[in-house]
Design a protein around this ligand. Sequence first.
Ligand code: 13P
Ligand code: SF4
Length: 335
Amino acid sequence: MSTLIDIPLHHDKRITEVEVAQANERIANLLEEKQAVLVAHYYTDENIQALADLTGGCVADSLEMARFGASSEAKLLVVAGVRFMGETAKILNPDKTVLMPTLEATCSLDLGCQSDEFDRFCSAYPDRTVVVYANTSAAVKARADWVVTSSIALDVIEFLMEADEKILWAPDRYLGAYIENETGADMVKWDGACVVHEEFKARGLRDLKAVHPNAAVLVHPESPEAVIQLADVVGSTSQLIQAVVALPNQQFIVATDRGIFYKMRQAAPGKLFIEAPTAGRGATCRSCAHCPWMAMNSLDNLEHSLRTGENEIVIPEEMAARAMVPLQRMVDFRK
Ligand code: 13P
Ligand code: SF4
């Protein structure tokens, strides 16, 4: 069911503070000139997150990024994140132009759930409500009844259970298993995984917890079940950031992409944030708590796309119209 995923290598291109300040000024001018706004995910480089804050844009989890586009007056959205985030913005805002720093930035969950195979999977279970994670292509969303992100997945499934619906879930098997365990929903699941979160190791986490007994453990639900079981808080990126403020702990072990530490440090200055371990038996450490596709976004390619108009998200009209229905349900959903 899942495809062999080719994971890109990280390219660590450091730039000086002066270069960052100069790039910020040029990009801020371009944003103003083009009536554009920068929408960034918490896993992108901290220079990009800082620039989004500085220019009145948005730094958020995938649900808030989707909701932000519609509330913005901007004509042009520059989405720094991965492909499905740009596609979601375009589907929900067909009259706005959506650019991305690079169209190569994808996601292993999206790559591992090709629409033709997914269509056959859905056809085998015609009596089930199709719920897909936002980390999917526009074509997969077009086949779904609902789209969810990790911040509302449990609530949406509980809502559907109240209507006695049986669920077909795709593509993340770990998030699917977590939802199943928490809600008792009747679910058949696609067999996909996030290459970043799948690498977190329960044994290493237990050892680290022994070294930092007062640390709270924060886990994104794309992680394996054994890691989730050790968590004090399981949640979306925004929910994990809220937890570092709400909890009295001074130390946190964090099982998600380390790009999130930038906002955690801002939200709770003085507290200590420790990466959950990815090393151990069976570890490949090709991801090492940092998404290789999120890492493809840089000030350089962001400026290039804004200046040239390259990397525009274009989705066939009919597909976008069908994907809009489950996506609109997602953005309108309130508990
Ligand atoms: P959030 O919706 O929690 O931001 O997650 C997006 C994602 O891709 C996590 O790997
Ligand atoms: Fe996809 Fe995982 Fe990267 Fe999130 S961290 S975008 S789920 S590969």
